[in-house]
Design a protein around this ligand. Sequence first.
Ligand code: F6P
Length: 478
Amino acid sequence: MDGLVIVSNRGAVTFFRAESGERTYSRGAGGLVTALNAVSRQSENAVWVSSATSDEDLSVAKEGGPYEVEDLRVSLVEHDPEAYDLMYNRIANPLLWFVHHGLYNLPFSPDFGEDTKDAWERGYVRVNENFAEAVAKMVEGEESPTILLHDYQLYMAPKLVREKVGGDAFVSLFVHIPWPEPDSWRVLPNYIREGVLESLLHANVVAFHTNRYARAFLSTVEEVLGFEVDAENGVVRAGGREVWVRAYPISIDPSEFEELSGSEAVLEEEEYIKSLPGKLLLRVDRMDLSKNIVRGFRAYGRMLEKHPGMRGEVTFLAQLQPSRGGIPEYDAYADEIREVVEEVNEAYGTSEWKPVELSIEDNFPRSVAAYKNYDALLVNAVRDGMNLVAKEAAVVNEKDGVLILSEGAGAYEELKDGAITVNPFDLDEQAEAIYEALTMLEEERREKADLLRRTVHSNTIEDWVEAQMKDIAAYRRR
Ligand code: F6P
């Protein structure tokens, strides 16, 4: 594919200076980055545009680009630090993220005012303009480039990119987080909700992880903008353009995880994992309010209360990666996590047994080692775009571990039959699900785990990319 440009706020690599003074880099981890790596393999000339986040990134940004790193060509965008701060810490993460994940406590928050408008214009829109300019530079001279925009940090980019590169470009925006029902959108000021929706309709394809989100998007367009939509075929007509609304459930590369699970770093971490007493209940998450971490510990406490026979027989390992520190709600949530863990450990722990092991660090090998060894995996998100932990863990687990899965996770659509499913707000249901998972008979565990493995293998990251590429070709042909 010629003229392929991938755009996301967080990129594939971060540059820095080594002690020797030489420029070096680290490759980003995480589901989105891995997925976009697979997209970038679609073309030798693909360029991946993302925000410069380190000092050395800024030097790379100033040199223009694209800059070649291993098999990638990257281009970094420099933002004014204040604009980036407003985009990331005032609009994208507290505000848009909260609306998409249903995290506002509506009688008390949010409060919008002039400061919101200012953060929107001088921050969010400004950063999106920078991206649009960078993309336009990358595709200069191309007749019909393919521009794949990713996620809620870039909602204004479809319109801004379209204005710069014209109607022949194929532009898509993939929303990697849940799309809430129309009423949630009504919380946002008009200039945001209408601004976002009108911008998205400048794309040729708007994509989601589940059919449910795609349907909710169509309803939002209908109700908030008053546009007619063809819900059956997933099409909206806007500005003389046909906009396809599609669901492509993101996945993982199972072979990557199978390989990783035999690596030395993972084997070393396995010693620690195996030293934990009793059965292993695991959760692996970014420290995000949407992940429902506090309720997970409360539910575990209730399980220990109701089933005293389980005391001393299980360890709950929570492997949590710090995230978005500096945003007040995230900082308060991190404190609450520590407090509830202390409460559970104090209430039920003994001199020989600690009910919860809380590990707050970015330790991917340890997460994979824990994936291999859990008896039960808790994924109880309030809402989650997909939740790749559920898929990653299922393919490397060696114990026919049981997945406890929230109805609010995107993964629910594909994995529900292989899991014990729970309402993320119901503590007693989660407590019982934890108990059931830890005491399930071998045959049922095996059946469920087999089903999960088969489901993940039947839709891998390559299938995810292929489905999108097929639709791009069909869209161009139509
Ligand atoms: O998929 C949601 C997402 O926000 C991605 O856009 C992002 O790469 C990831 O989660 C981690 O969030 P952040 O970039 O804010 O650390």
